[in-house]
Design a protein around this ligand. Structure first.
Ligand code: SAH
Length: 237
C-alpha cells in the first residue's frame, strides 16, 4: 500500500514538472539568461548590477500575450497604443550610462510597459516615471505592483519632469525629441546624468549622455538610435 502511495506521489510530481506553467517559466528563465549573455554582455555592458537586473526582471510580463514568445528577442516590440518596449540592449546601455546605483533617485520619461522602471527598481533605485498615455500609465502601474516593483508612475507630460521630486541623480528619457527639455536639465542634480535620444521624429536620432557640471552641461553622443517621439498632448488611450 505504501509503495502504491509513493508511486502516486512521484507521478503527481512528474505531472507538476510537466505542467505548461512550470515549463513556460523554465523556458523564459533560460531565454532570459541567454539574452543577457548574447545580446548584453557580448556587446560590452559590464555593470554587474545592470546585468543582474536584466537577469531577474521577467520581460515577458511587460509585453502583450501574443508577444510573449518574442519577449527575449533582440528587438523592440509593440505594446499597443502605437508604442514600443525598447530593445533589451538599449535598456541596458541607457541604464549603465546613466550611472545609477542602489538608492539613486531616478526620473524616467516614457513609462510605456514599465520594463525600464522595473530594471531600475531591481537595481535598488527610487524610481519616478511619467507616461503621457493614461491607459499605458495605468497598465504599467498594475504590472509593476503585481510583480512587486515600487516605481511611482504618473500620468502627465514628462517634458516638464516632476518638479516636486527633483533633483534627480539620473534621468532616462525613452522617447525622442529635437532638443533637450530645459526643465529636465534644471531637475538634474549637479554631477547627475541624463540619457536622451535627440533628433527628428520617426527617424534616426543620437542617444546623448548629458552630464550636469558646475559650468553647465557636457554632452556625449552614444550612437544612433530610433525611438518613438515625445509627444506633447495628454491622451486617455
Ligand atoms: N521605457 C518604456 C519604453 C517606452 S516607449 C518601456 O520600458 O517599455 C516611449 C513612451 O513614451 C511611450 O509609451 C509614449 O507614450 C511615451 N511618451 C511620449 N511622449 C511623452 C511625454 N511627453 N511624457 C511622457 N511620456 C511620453
Amino acid at each position: 500500500m505504501r509503495k502504491v502511495t509513493s508511486i502516486i506521489f512521484i507521478l503527481v510530481g512528474f505531472l507538476f514538472l510537466l505542467s505548461p506553467e512550470v515549463l513556460a517559466k523554465d523556458n523564459f528563465q533560460e531565454a532570459r539568461l541567454r539574452m543577457v549573455q548574447e545580446q548584453i554582455e557580448q556587446r560590452g555592458i559590464t555593470d554587474p548590477l545592470v546585468l543582474s537586473a536584466l537577469r531577474s526582471v521577467p520581460r515577458h510580463e511587460f509585453v502583450p500575450e501574443n508577444m510573449k514568445p518574442f519577449a527575449y528577442e533582440d528587438t523592440p516590440l509593440p505594446i499597443g497604443y502605437g508604442q514600443t518596449i525598447s530593445q533589451p540592449y538599449i535598456v541596458a546601455l541607457m541604464t549603465e550610462k546613466a550611472g545609477v546605483k542602489p538608492g539613486s533617485r531616478v526620473l524616467e520619461v516614457g513609462t510605456g510597459s514599465g520594463y525600464q522602471a522595473a530594471i531600475l527598481c531591481a537595481m535598488g533605485c527610487e524610481v519616478y516615471s511619467v507616461e503621457i498615455i493614461k491607459a499605458l500609465a495605468e497598465r504599467a502601474r498594475e504590472t509593476l505592483e503585481r510583480l512587486g516593483y515600487s516605481a511611482k508612475v504618473f500620468w502627465g507630460d514628462g517634458y516638464f519632469g516632476l518638479k516636486e521630486f527633483a533633483p534627480f541623480d539620473a534621468i532616462i528619457v525613452t522617447c525622442s525629441i529635437d532638443h533637450i527639455p530645459p526643465p529636465l536639465i534644471e531637475q538634474l542634480k549637479e554631477g547627475g546624468k541624463m540619457v536622451i535620444p535627440v533628433g527628428p521624429p520617426w527617424s534616426i536620432q543620437s542617444l546623448l549622455l548629458v552630464e550636469k557640471t558646475p559650468d553647465g552641461i557636457r554632452t556625449q553622443d552614444l550612437g544612433a538610435v530610433r525611438f518613438v517621439p515625445l509627444t506633447r498632448t495628454l491622451r486617455e488611450k
